[in-house]
Design a protein around this ligand. Sequence first.
Ligand SMILES: *[C@@H]1O[C@H](CO)[C@@H](O)[C@H](O)[C@H]1NC(C)=O
Ligand SMILES: *[C@@H]1O[C@H](CO)[C@@H](O)[C@H](O)[C@H]1NC(C)=O
Ligand SMILES: *[C@@H]1O[C@H](CO)[C@@H](O)[C@H](O)[C@H]1NC(C)=O
Length: 370
Amino acid sequence: MLNTKWTGSLQCRLAVILTVAGLISLTIMFVWTSPQTFCQPEQLSFKPDSGRHHVEKNNSLDEAGVEKPILLLGVWPENYRFELNDCKTIYNIDGCHLTDDRSLYNNTDAVLLFHKAISLSTLPPSPRPPFQKWIWMNVESPTNTRKLPGIENVFNLTLSYREDSDIPVRLRLTSNKIPDENFEIPKKEKLICWVVSNNADSTGVGTRNTYYKELSKYVKIHVYGKAYGSFLDYNNYFPTIASCKFYLSFENSIHKDYITEKLNGPLAVSTVPVVLGPPRKNYERFVPGDSFIHVNDFPDAKSLAEYLQRLDVDDEAYRRYFNWRRHFSARPHLILKNQEFVLAICTACDHVGRHKEYKEAHDIYEWFFN
Ligand SMILES: *[C@@H]1O[C@H](CO)[C@@H](O)[C@H](O)[C@H]1NC(C)=O
Ligand SMILES: *[C@@H]1O[C@H](CO)[C@@H](O)[C@H](O)[C@H]1NC(C)=O
Ligand SMILES: *[C@@H]1O[C@H](CO)[C@@H](O)[C@H](O)[C@H]1NC(C)=O
C-alpha cells in the first residue's frame, strides 16, 4: 500500500518537475497551488463555502463546545500521510483542529509550511488573515537545508530541532515520581550495533563514516540498514537495538542541539548510546551524563574500542549506565516511514493550541545557519 503510494507520488513529482522545467523562464512566483494539487484534484478546491467546511468546523469544537484553533497543513511533508487524530491517540495532543483542507484557509489560525516543499509548492495567498501565523517547519540540520531566497521574513514561528526555535521538537525523558526498582537490562547478544540508512556524502556523513571505519579496525560492529545492504525490517528495529550492549548514535552532521532519535532509540530500549555529534555538554542538556558514552571522551577510536571491551566483561560498570532508569523514562519514537513527521506536526498543534501571542520570525536563515 505505502509503496504504491510512494511510487505514485514520485511519478507525480517527476511529472511536476518536467512541467516546472518547461516554465523555467518565469521568475520565482509563489502561488497557492502545490504540485500535489496537479495530482490530487480534490485538493484543488479552494471554494469559500464547500460543504466539507461545515463538517470540519463542526468537528473542531472541543468537549466544552469551544472552537479550537485550526492548524492547516500546507502540504503533507514528503507526502507521508497519517490519520489526523493520531496526535490525540499517540501523544494525547488535542489542542488544535488539524486539517489539510485548504478551503478552511481564511479561517485558519496557523499554516504549517514544510521547508523542503516550499520551493516546489508555494506560499499561501496574501494578505493573510490578520490572526494567521505561518510556521516554518524544518527537521533537518543546516548541512541538509537549502536556502530559498525570498522567504526569510514571511514567517511567524520556527519549528525545528533547535531548542531556541519557537516550537522545538524532540522526545524528552520524563521523570518518574516513584522510582522504578524493577528495571532489568534486556538480554544482550552483541557488543556494538549501528543502523544506518543514509550514506550520501553530500549529507555531511563524512565525520561519522571516518570514525566508524577507524573504530571497526579494533572491534566488531554489527551494521544494519540500507547503506550496508542489510535492510532491517521495522518490526526488528527496536528488538535488534535492544540486543546490543552499545549502539552507535552517530548524527549525520554536527550542529548544536542536533541530537535526534538516534539517541532516543537506544535509551528507550535500554542500550547504551555511543554518541557522535555536538559536545557532551549539549547532550547533557537533554539526558543524564552517565546515560551515554561520547566519542570525545576518548583520545581516539582505539581507546574507545578498548573501553567498550572492558565494559563487556565488567557487568557492574556496564550496569551503572542504567542508573538513570530509576528516575527517568524514555519512550520509543515512531519508526514507520509515514510517521516521520508526526511528532513535529503534533508539537505544532500543541503549540498553536496554547499560544495566541503576536509573533514575527525575522531573518530565519541568519538565525538558523549561525
Ligand atoms: C478568502 O478570502 C478572500 C478575500 O478576503 C476571498 O477572495 C477568497 O475567496 C476566500 N477564500 C476562501 C477559501 O474562503
Ligand atoms: C455538529 O455537532 C452537533 C453537536 O455537537 C451535532 O448535533 C450535529 O449533528 C453535528 N453536525 C454535523 C454536520 O456533523
Ligand atoms: C505574522 O508575521 C507577519 C510577517 O512576518 C506579520 O505581518 C503578521 O502580522 C504576523 N501575524 C501574527 C498573528 O503574529
